[in-house]
Design a protein around this ligand. Structure first.
Ligand code: PLP
Length: 396
């Protein structure tokens, strides 16, 4: 078996595409003007920013005036949540609804707000990783300021019933924000048609560079300004625009949202082949609904092994993947997402996420399906937990 290099961690980040890079490059040297300057060099930069804003708006079904560039997805989430909290607290509304399995950009923000005197309801997910919209309806109160629910989960890829949740929020007169960082470019989004009030996205998940994001804010929402200073982003987020990054994001989102159905039709069978192949190993389970998930995501728990060891051995075989635990971020706690699904700690620890895109080939899939069983076999041979499991002894 010849060693291959397979990048199967596109949910973590993606490479800047050729067309994005080509669009960005002129704005570093020849077109370096400040978009606020009056002369042509500045006006050209300004036009490039507005052209990118138009592209983002078109991709989301929004009005360009509803698009605000940020430095990342986390910033967009923070702005939407803290900004709405500040806005609505003035009206005596200090209750927020979110879910137990959001990204930390949301969860750590709501935890911060709890310390500031806000009350937060964390709705559960079912054992397939899906939120029941009726749980949102039940949680809404007179003093609810905001509902914030992710569009698609970053670990298990499950796609949430966003239309139903948005409709409930509309009916109840509560603002609705969605973290769509993992969804953009993989599912069709039309914020106006879907009744979404605010939406966050991030460039580096769709082949733009790291450090650029967007917050869409529906017209009429008086979200407080994020950064005070100059008049950039209509005074709501001051700071000289990162023109190359913004230009790149415009090209990236146009490209990512162009042929979603076609891309998904190509990826899904390969993803399913990977799922079925890996699930042939004993004591494995797929995390998250098999169908209501991003076409390129699979997340599988493999009992008797440590996720980190698996990742290192996959890396030695040229495969970049990610695990369900947060060990890399300095914590030994298993993923809050997998625990929310109802997995035991030791099962959650032995989990692996692969996130693939349409550039993956059948030969890549076959290679992964050769490597994973071998690596898992070796790790299990060395695992005291596996030994105990096989002897039918109790293990923790
Ligand atoms: N939200 C979700 C669901 C994500 O997956 C991520 C990144 O992994 C973020 C927010 C944060 O985005 P950024 O890395 O641009 O801050």
């Amino acid at each position: 078996m010849e060693k291959r290099f397979i990048y199967a961690d596109n949910a973590a980040t993606t490479a800047v595409s050729e067309e994005v890079l080509a669009a960005m490059l002129p704005y570093f040297r020849e077109g370096y003007g400040n978009a606020s300057s009056i002369y042509k060099l500045g006006r050209d930069a300004q036009r490039a920013v507005e052209d990118a804003r138009d592209k983002v708006a078109k991709a989301l079904g929004a009005d360009p005036r509803e698009i605000f560039f940020t430095s990342c997805g986390s910033e967009a989430d923070n702005w939407a949540i803290k900004g709405t909290a500040e806005l609505m607290a003035k009206k005596g509304k200090k209750h927020i609804i979110t879910s137990v399995f959001e990204h930390h950009a949301v969860l750590h923000t709501t935890q911060y707000l709890e310390k500031q005197g806000f009350e937060v309801t964390y709705v559960p997910i079912n054992d397939k990783g899906i939120i029941d919209p009726e749980d949102i309806r039940k949680a809404i109160r007179e003093d609810t300021a905001l509902v914030t629910i992710m569009y698609a989960n970053n670990e298990i890829g499950t796609i949430q019933p966003i239309d139903e949740i948005a409709a409930i929020c509309r009916e109840k007169g509560v603002l609705f924000h969605t973290d769509a960082v993992q969804a953009v470019g993989h599912v069709d989004i039309d914020v106006h048609r879907q009744g979404i009030d605010m939406l966050s996205l991030s460039g580096h998940k769709i082949h733009a560079q790291k450090g650029i994001g967007v917050l869409y804010v529906r017209k009429g929402i008086a979200l407080p300004n994020l950064i005070h200073g100059g008049g950039q982003e209509r005074g709501r987020r001051a700071g000289t625009e990162n023109v190359p990054a913004i230009v790149g994001l415009g090209v990236a989102i146009e490209s990512a949202t162009r042929n979603i159905a076609e891309k998904n039709a190509k990826i899904t069978p390969l993803r399913n082949k990977l799922i079925d192949g890996i699930l042939k190993l004993p004591y494995t389970r797929l995390n998250g609904d098999r169908d209501k998930r991003l076409a390129g995501n699979l997340n599988i728990s493999i009992e008797g092994i440590e996720g980190e060891s698996l990742l290192l051995m996959l890396d030695m075989n040229g495969i970049c993947a990610s695990s369900g635990s947060a060990c890399t971020s300095g914590s030994l706690d298993p993923s809050h997402v997998l625990l929310a699904l109802g997995l035991k700690h030791e099962v959650a620890h032995g989990s692996m996420r692969l996130s693939i895109e349409e550039n993956i080939t059948e030969a890549d899939v076959d290679y992964i399906l050769e490597v994973v069983p071998k690596v898992v076999g070796r790790l299990r041979e060395m695992s005291p937990v596996w030994e105990k499991m096989m002897k039918g002894e109790k293990y923790e």
